[in-house]
Each structure stands twice: as structure tokens, then as C-alpha cells.
Ligand binder design. Structure first.
Ligand code: SF4
Ligand code: ZN
Ligand code: ZN
Length: 315
């Protein structure tokens, strides 16, 4: 097929826009979609320093490159960080990712920080898997959320950018409806202003990009990223979550743009209402160990509570 814009050979088809694109026009379309959404949702209004959480996978690697490329249009400086979670399980997962991420930081030319969970906090996710009776991805989620905001603050950033894509967001919205988790739904925004004791704004610039669009762009651009998933990824999604995603993909196949409409309509029309009704209730606390914010009604944050357990079982 021919590119709908220039007539050269097309490499990508956008089914929900019925658009065929050559490599050059796909790259332009992909990047402009990010710039447009970032402006529409005011992601970088007031941002001077944006920290990108880079894991080594396709989504965050691409986000680093694209934000660095377009930072001038928004007037911010891009910085990056990697959290070395100490995941090995015979695959050297964290070690391999660290090397790839460092190469990307050097190639793009940004200031960066490597957070070493073992060196700085005394345990790894592999240790936690062995010693704490809690699903490993739940522990990892707490650790990542805590260290991401901290790393962004330590880098002097006012904004933290994460690489959640449309597939992540659609799954989140649909499962929020299915399980009626309104508090979570009300908070899962592509732009979270600093609140409840946190200093950085959190943004998700790829929240309307399909996962396959990011993958295709990353491959076409020749970025170095890690294809292999985390060795715990099988445990990440419950069976029902996985089925939900597969069902959504089937509907997407029959009705192109389904996931895009689900997420963008939710964000425009439903979430703001939920946020007004639900959020803001409950006073945020302060962790008596680390001094960072805690959930309402708790005096030790989830991260410190995990760390305490790890130190106790080490005995
Ligand atoms: Fe962490 Fe689980 Fe993701 Fe692995 S799959 S990085 S353990 S949340
Ligand atoms: Zn073209
Ligand atoms: Zn704490």
C-alpha cells in the first residue's frame, strides 16, 4: 500500500483513522500525537525539568527519546533515572536492562541517576519474593512507586513522566468498572498534579498510544531496548486481567478505536466527576520512619513497612 500523505511505500496502517503511512510520516504522526495530547491535557504546563522513569523496555525507552527530541517545544529539560530492582532469577534481568538503559541515557545525552535498591535500601525484589508472603508484583509496585517520585525529586524535577500506554490504561479503566474500584478510577489520570504531600506532577504522555504503535515506532527508529519480559511477568496479571485484555483486543479488532474511545471518553467525561466526588477526602499522613507522605490513617508508609519486614526476616 502507498502512504496516504506522500505516496511512498507504507509501513504502518492506522485502522481507526484509515491512514496508511510511510516510515517518515508514521514517525511524524506518532510524535505529533504525543505533542498534541500533551498540549491538550496540559501535561507540561509549568514544567521546567521532566524526569523519565526508564526501565529498558520499549515504552519507556521510546518516551525518553521522544521527550528529549521535543523538549524545546515545551521549554523543559529532560532527565532520566533507572531503578535497579535486583531481579535476576537466572536471567540477569535487572543487570541487562541497566546496561541498555545507560546506553540510551548516553546516546540521548541527558543527566541521569541509577537507583540501586540493594545498595541503598538493603534488599532486592528477588529477596522480597523469597522472604515476604505477598505477591511479588505487589511488593515491586510499592517499591517502584515510592522510588520513582523520590528519584524525580532528587533529580530536581518538577514532573515525572511514566510510559503507561493505551493498553495499560484501557485495562485499568475496564477493570475499575468491573470491580467497582472508584477511588482508583478517580485517581488514574494522565496528569496528576502534585498533591497529598508529593512535590512532582505525574504525567503519562503515551496514554492514548496503543502498545503496538509504540513498539512499531521503536523498531523503526532502531532504538536499543530489552524485548524479554521480567521473569515475574507471568505473575503480574491475574488470569481475569489477562482475559479482560484479550476480550478488549477482540472488540478492538472488530471496532477499530474502541480502546481509544474508552480511555479518552473516560478521561474527558467521567474521571473528572469521580475525582470531584471521591478524592480529596481523607487527610494524608506522614510516615514516621522516612517522613514521606502516607495513605490516610497510616503512620508508616507501605515502602517502609516492606523494608522493615525485609530487615526483620534477615535476622
Ligand atoms: Fe516488578 Fe512484577 Fe513488573 Fe517484574 S513483572 S517488574 S516483579 S511488577
Ligand atoms: Zn509518506
Ligand atoms: Zn516511609
Amino acid at each position: 500500500m502507498k502512504c496516504s500523505i506522500c505516496g511512498n511505500e507504507a509501513v504502518h496502517y492506522v485502522p481507526y483513522e484509515r491512514l496508511y503511512l510511510c516510515k517518515e510520516h508514521y514517525a511524524e504522526w506518532f510524535e505529533q500525537k504525543l505533542v498534541r495530547n500533551a498540549k491538550r491535557y496540559r501535561m507540561f504546563d509549568g514544567s521546567r525539568r521532566v524526569a523519565v522513569a526508564v526501565s529498558g523496555g520499549k515504552d519507556s525507552t521510546t518516551l525518553l527519546h521522544v521527550l528529549k527530541k521535543h523538549e524545546g517545544e515545551f521549554g523543559f529539560t529532560t532527565v532520566g533515572f533507572y531503578i535497579d530492582l535486583g531481579i535476576d532469577r537466572g536471567t540477569k534481568y535487572s543487570e541487562v536492562n541497566l546496561e541498555v538503559v545507560k546506553r540510551n541515557f548516553e546516546e540521548v545525552g541527558v543527566e541521569y541517576r541509577i537507583v540501586d535498591l540493594k545498595g541503598e535500601y538493603g534488599f532486592t525484589i528477588d529477596d522480597a519474593k523469597r522472604r515476604i508472603n505477598r505477591p511479588v508484583c505487589s511488593t515491586c509496585g510499592v517499591v517502584k512507586r515510592y522510588l520513582m517520585t523520590l528519584a524525580a525529586e532528587e533529580l530536581g524535577a518538577d514532573t515525572l513522566a511514566t510510559a503507561h500506554n493505551l493498553d495499560d490504561m484501557a485495562q485499568f479503566v475496564l477493570s475499575g468498572y468491573v470491580y467497582g474500584n472508584l477511588e482508583h478510577l478517580s485517581r488514574n489520570s494522565p496528569v496528576e498534579e502534585p498533591e497529598r504531600g508529593f512535590k512532582v506532577k505525574k504525567v503519562k504522555p503515551f496514554f492514548l498510544h496503543y502498545e503496538y504503535e509504540v513498539l512499531h515506532y521503536a523498531v523503526l527508529m532502531g532504538y536499543q531496548f530489552v524485548y524479554d519480559p521480567c521473569p515475574y511477568s507471568e505473575e503480574f496479571r491475574g488470569v481475569s486481567q489477562h482475559k479482560l485484555l484479550m476480550s478488549m483486543k477482540r472488540i478492538e479488532g472488530d471496532t477499530p478505536g474502541f480502546m481509544l474511545n474508552l480511555v479518552s471518553n473516560f478521561e474527558r467525561n467521567i474521571r473528572p466527576m469521580l475525582y470531584r466526588e471521591i478524592s480529596g477526602s481523607g487527610q494524608v499522613g506522614t510516615c514516621k520512619i522516612c517522613g514521606r507522605p502516607t495513605a490516610p490513617g497510616r503512620d508508616i508508609c507501605s515502602f517502609c513497612s516492606i523494608k522493615q519486614k525485609m530487615l526483620a526476616v534477615r535476622g
